[in-house]
Design a protein around this ligand. Structure first.
Ligand code: ZN
Length: 670
């Protein structure tokens, strides 16, 4: 066992260093604590932007950092007071060697990561592992003369009393979700008050074809007379000191923007000043119409996941620009869409006569802020207003440099060494894994789902509960089959078919084994993407068994799955695609049910337990987040910016302390 691990680690190391032989790679994971790893990301292509674009990115990035306090306050009314107290003690205390301090530091790192005292994903209040006595001692030493608006007893209750504010977001049916959620979107009102308040507004709007997203940018509370009122987040309203800073940087950005960008930025500024949600819609329409500009951004009150009633939006920002190379990839695919369709290994009568490939936009993130920092999504699909999506469309993008950083951070976590038996497979995956994942996703999304056609008279709803599993399998098989086609080398999408083989090994291993780690013991496979992967892998295993195409190998009491014959596996993908397309085209429910139930659902309990045990032993943190790069403008003698330099700080604590010092504009209580 040990020998195997040692050998493997060398294999990965050799592959990784071959690419950057000159200088050793900086570590991608900059911090890890509790269930979190913090990763740095790079911004390839920044230096190729024009000076104006660089300036634009710089100003928008400053704007992205200025709203951080807003999110803390939105998440919980006392978050800013708690954060500032913790930071003051953290920088002041001399008692830094004891266990209490170490637990305190971990707690502070978690508060930074979650933008508050509740877990960013589970929403549960953090349980401190340092003693209240130690904390009170620090308070009495360092917090004596500062006005924190809340007294020490209450502060300690907030941190240490598990009964007080236990959840940021309670969605339990039957509870008053407004009263029982600790977020700061409502105060002194019940769920019924909120529902009545907005029902009246919506009714007054009548049958407006462009319905306003009422409540999106305000806190709902009671005034001195007891009336239910909105406090709007705008210049001159709630959160004004932070919003004024955002507007300041947006105004700077407008001076270097192109015409379309300037209109977008000016519309956003207008909305931040008025707080009028009609202005927000005007801005959103302009934003979605700008598909040409290289640099783009999100900045505002956008997503409403944090409100149990789904009305109030948290503040967030993302600054980004086009990843030309990746966009070029999906354009090549779209340009060759008809060739792929005409050569699909399916019955010719189910091929589309005229196919239209979708070219997806891929972006590089330059700055994350608010609810996108440190934890962020790997794709953006906005705006949220349904009528704008219908009338004006939406922008859907994937973020390449973030997935790249995730991928880099995962290398060396021991996963490959644990589950991939052969060194040559690991090396291929280390070298081509990211490219093969990207291409698989592109082929699946840009071509796979759009391919094929139904037989006359088939409506498309015949497969009922099995339809999404079958549809995902169809798109995956299309992608897998073509990934191993020489055509991809010919049109310049891959340098060698090894890219495909890397994906084949990984896909089969995931489908038959490693994805089981995400399923609770005793449960079967339910989720349709997971079912689809299991279906494909198990079917190919069985059909190729006589030729030993895919093989189970047991070594030192552990099970491994290996692919012995990639060319033959590709043929099997083609055969299954043919059958899956037939089922869909003919709406053959019985065949579909049998395929899914036979191959995609049932879990072998012994293997399941083994996978969970081996995965848990690796101690891989389930959550990831990022530190941002820094942008430094270079000025000439007359005060003009002549360049913007980018650097990559690799210290999570320093970045958080710096943001707390330089980008904190709100009072502790708002
Ligand atoms: Zn899909």
């Amino acid at each position: 066992m040990n020998k195997l691990l040692g050998f493997t680690a060398m294999g990965i190391f050799a592959a990784a260093t071959a690419v950057t032989a000159a200088e050793p790679e900086k570590p991608w994971i900059v911090d890890r604590f509790d269930d979190v790893k913090v990763i740095r990301y790079e911004v390839p292509g920044f230096d190729n932007l024009t000076l104006k674009e660089k300036e634009y990115v710089y100003y928008l990035s400053e704007a992205a950092k200025c709203g951080r306090d807003i999110l803390f306050d939105q998440n919980f009314k006392y978050n800013l007071a708690v954060r500032r107290t913790l930071e003051k003690i953290y920088t002041s205390t001399t008692d830094r060697e004891c266990d209490d301090f170490k637990a305190f530091e971990k707690y502070l790192k978690k508060v930074w990561f979650a933008n508050g005292i509740h877990h960013h994903y589970s929403n549960d209040k953090f349980v401190p592992e340092f003693s209240e006595a130690w904390f009170r001692e620090q308070l009495s030493r360092y917090m004596k003369y500062t006005d924190r608006h809340i007294d020490n007893d209450f502060l300690c209750a907030i941190i240490f009393d598990p009964e007080l504010y236990p959840s940021r977001l309670n969605q339990t049916q039957g509870d008053d979700v407004v009263i029982t959620s600790a977020n700061n979107y409502y105060e002194g009102v019940t769920q019924q008050d909120v529902e009545d308040f907005y029902a009246k507004m919506v009714a007054a709007d009548g049958n407006n074809p462009e319905p306003i997203s009422y409540g999106l940018n305000s806190k709902l509370m009671r005034d001195a007379e007891g009336n239910v009122v909105e406090r709007v987040w705008r210049v001159g309203g709630m959160y004004s000191p932070a919003i004024e800073q955002i507007v300041y940087w947006l105004e700077k950005a407008a001076t270097v923007a192109n015409k379309q960008q300037r209109e977008v930025v000016e519309a956003l500024i207008k909305y931040y000043r008025s707080g009028d949600l009609k202005d927000f819609d005007d801005y959103s329409v302009l934003w979605v119409q700008d598909t040409k500009s290289n640099v783009d951004f999100v900045n505002g009150f956008i997503e409403s996941y944090g409100d149990p009633l789904g009305r109030k939006a948290s503040w967030e920002s993302v600054v980004n620009f086009r990843d030309e190379e990746a966009c070029h990839r999906t354009e090549i695919m779209a340009a060759n869409a008809q060739w792929f369709e005409d050569n699909a290994p399916i019955n010719p009568k189910y091929r589309k006569k005229k196919v239209k490939g979708v070219s997806a936009k891929v972006i590089t993130v330059a700055m994350l802020g608010g609810d996108c920092y440190p934890a962020t999504a790997i794709g953006i699909n906005l705006p949220n207003a349904d009528w704008i999506r219908k009338e004006h469309g939406s922008k859907s993008v994937t973020i390449d440099n973030i997935t790249y950083a995730y991928d880099k951070a995962a290398q060396g976590n021991g996963f490959m060494e644990e589950f991939v038996l052969r060194a040559e497979d690991r090396e291929r995956m280390a070298k081509y894994g990211k490219l093969s994942d990207d291409l698989h996703t592109d082929l699946h999304e840009c071509l796979g789902h759009g391919s094929g056609q139904l037989a006359p008279g088939v409506k498309g709803d015949e497969l009922r509960t099995y339809s999404s599993t079958l549809e995902e399998a169809r798109a995956d098989l299309f992608a897998l089959y073509y990934l191993g086609d020489e055509k991809l080398v010919e049109i310049g999408l891959i340098p060698t078919l090894d890219v495909a083989w890397a994906q084949y090994s990984k896909y089969i291993m995931n489908g038959m084994m490693t994805q089981l780690s995400r399923i609770e013991p005793g449960k079967n496979v339910e989720e349709s993407h997971m079912r689809n992967r299991k279906l494909i892998a198990e079917w190919c295993y069985e059909k190729g068994k006589a030729e030993n195409v895919i093989e189970w190998i047991e070594k030192d009491g552990k099970h491994y799955i290996v692919v012995n014959d990639f060319e033959r596996l590709r043929e099997l993908f083609g055969e299954l695609l043919c059958e899956v397309q037939r089922i869909k085209s003919e709406g053959d429910y019985e065949a579909c049910r049998a395929l899914v139930e036979d191959y995609a659902v049932k879990v072998d309990a012994k293997l399941h337990n083994e996978v969970i045990e081996r995965n848990n032993a690796l101690n891989i943190e389930p959550y990831g987040g990022f530190v941002n790069p820094e942008y430094l403008p270079v000025y000439d003698k007359t005060g003009h910016i002549i360049d913007v330099r980018i650097s990559y700080p690799a210290n999570y604590v320093q970045q958080m302390m710096k943001y707390g010092r330089d980008y904190s504009f709100l009072p502790s209580l708002n």
